[in-house]
Write a protein that binds this ligand. Structure first.
Ligand code: SAH
Length: 186
């Protein structure tokens, strides 16, 4: 809650929406994408249980808002976005907020193998299945938070890597995200 209070959400929105930046709503950020609703950001952040120094990979940088919250919590942030224009705009805002996230452009369903393993992986778009590469980029003891389902409704799922080839799954509440695209997406 403190991290969210300290980040100016209106920075991440088109000035047309600035007045509504602190309402609990998702907004368009262009290119057919959205900045997630604050409730959803809070929900995913809580499930991540980030501490200072936790290494997190976020799939779907979008506006950069979620990444800035992770920075504020002291995480080491890696984030990947498939739309270069969004990544570009996010990188400027994150730099302005003094958030040193490592931002990449590419297909996040493949993860970011060069910097693996991650303590946490967070997917912020709706996935039809668990992208296989992400499972094996998790540190043992780490977990993946991913909204899994169809295009209309997804269940928030937590996959924990218990051992080399040992994973468990827990299901949480239902949400509606924009689609995850790419090799293991829609
Ligand atoms: N976390 C963002 C939410 C953005 S919405 C925020 O705080 O604003 C989801 C984002 O995922 C969109 O920007 C979309 O372009 C991106 N996305 C979809 N499929 C992707 C993929 N395969 N790799 C990387 N990003 C992807």
């Amino acid at each position: 809650m403190e991290a969210m209070e300290s980040i100016p959400r209106h920075y991440f929105l088109d000035s047309a929406f600035a007045e509504q930046a602190y309402t609990d709503k998702a907004f368009s950020i262009g290119n057919g994408q959205t900045i997630s609703q604050p409730y959803t950001v809070a929900y995913q952040t809580e499930l991540l249980e980030v501490k200072r120094g936790t290494k997190v990979l976020e799939i779907g940088t979008g506006s950069g808002y979620q990444a800035s919250i992770l920075c504020q919590l002291g995480a080491e942030v890696y984030t990947i976005e498939r739309i270069a224009e969004l990544a570009d705009s996010a990188s400027h805002i994150l730099a302005h907020l003094n958030c040193h996230a490592n931002l990449f452009v590419g297909d996040g369903t493949l993860g970011l193998p060069n910097h693996a393993p991650y303590d946490r992986i967070l997917v912020t778009a709706a996935a039809p299945e668990i992208p296989f590469p992400l499972l094996y980029q998790l540190a043992v003891g780490g977990w993946l938070i991913i909204p899994l389902g169809n295009l209309d409704l997804q269940t928030m799922v937590k996959i924990t890597r218990l051992g080399e080839n040992d994973f468990t799954r827990e299901d949480f509440e239902e949400f509606r995200f924009v689609p995850l695209k790419g090799e293991a997406g829609w």
